[in-house]
Design a binder for this molecule. Structure first.
Ligand code: BMA
Length: 324
């Protein structure tokens, strides 16, 4: 295989732990998981489905912290090493009835936050910041109901680009990933279908609904996308995640999509919590020099975990297990 080119800055200070001896899986968990406990804040019930990015000489993030009233809100945090986080106890306020499942995407000189924003039901909220102190909220991207809005880290064909997942007001029992474009981050259109859930007989972990996870990573093989998939079991929903490769210029065209999951809820902190059996990735950090990737994922809607892998190995896995 020719050497894969990975875009992005070198990130030698990102969190990392080598694959444990004897481990054969493509992605492995951090041995000190979870990295963020549920009660890090004085009044947090849970801290999960959260987003981090490189910032200055360390890292910044936007965290989903549900409080002990079980209200969903976003909080800003900073870290030197990406593992130990200082999260502001004050809520980062946005216009909307609630805010959850943030993603953060650096595009040129701005950090864009997208999240599930309460406006007559869930839709995609958008705001930008340069310092993680002042946030400039713009219009909601779409009509309700929509979730899992994930921006691309650069313009594609001269326009901003976003993946999203039209949904309903509740615990949506369906869901495909769509692609949309905008000239200005305000008006969104040119909507294209990207992926539907997989047939049950082919890949059951992603047979009920799917949704984009972290910001896609640009590589010479295409955009590497981690996405969650849901299986409806006799005991409720099970959230796992896998990978796909999208065409660089026309990302609604899927090049390959993994049959097996990369990670499914198996450890006690993924299987026990407020919502059992959930592994829900919202961010990753990667080092373009070594191909290392660290995936941040919500565990059982309660705590935040980290998983590691090598991008070229994940690309190889995605192609070898392709279900298309
Ligand atoms: C989804 C979202 C996520 C959550 C998941 C599992 O619909 O609400 O925030 O992690 O369900 O409960």
């Amino acid at each position: 295989m020719e050497k894969i080119k990975i875009e992005g800055q070198p990130l030698p200070n990102m969190p990392w732990e080598e694959r444990p001896e004897g481990c054969k899986s493509v992605v492995w968990r951090y041995s000190a998981n979870p990295v963020i406990p549920r009660d890090l804040l004085p009044d947090s019930n849970s801290i999960f489905n959260s987003a981090v990015v490189p910032f200055k000489d360390g890292f910044a993030g936007v965290f989903r912290c549900d409080d002990t009233n079980r209200r969903m809100a976003l909080h800003v945090g900073f870290s030197k090493d990406g593992i130990k986080w200082d999260i502001n106890p004050e809520v980062q306020r946005f216009n909307g009835d609630y805010a959850y499942d943030p993603r953060v995407c650096k595009i040129e000189d701005k950090y864009w936050v997208s999240w599930c924003n309460g406006y007559h039901g869930p839709t995609i909220g958008l705001a930008w910041t340069t310092d993680f102190k002042t946030f400039n909220q713009v219009e909601n991207a779409f009509l309700p109901y929509n979730r899992n809005g994930v921006l691309f880290p650069r313009k594609i064909g001269g326009r901003y680009a976003m993946l999203s997942r039209p949904s309903d007001t509740g615990h949506t029992a369906f869901g495909d990933i769509f692609y949309s474009e905008s000239p200005d981050m305000e008006f969104w259109g040119h909507h294209r279908h990207v992926m539907a859930p997989a047939p049950f007989e082919v890949s059951a972990w992603q047979c009920m609904k799917i949704g984009a996870g972290p910001i896609p990573i640009e590589t010479s093989e295409g955009w590497l996308l981690f996405y969650h998939g849901v299986l409806r079991s006799c005991n409720g929903y099970v959230y796992s995640f896998g990978s796909a490769l999208l065409d660089l210029d026309q990302p609604w065209k899927v090049i390959a999509r993994s049959g097996p999951y990369l990670l499914s809820p198996q450890t006690p902190y993924e299987c026990m919590g407020d919502v059992p059996n959930v592994a829900f990735p919202c961010a990753c950090l990667h080092d373009s020099a070594t191909g290392r990737v660290a995936i941040y994922y919500g565990c059982a809607d309660t705590v935040t975990g980290l998983a590691f892998g090598y991008i070229p190995e994940i690309i190889d896995f995605t192609k070898k297990t392709n279900i298309l």
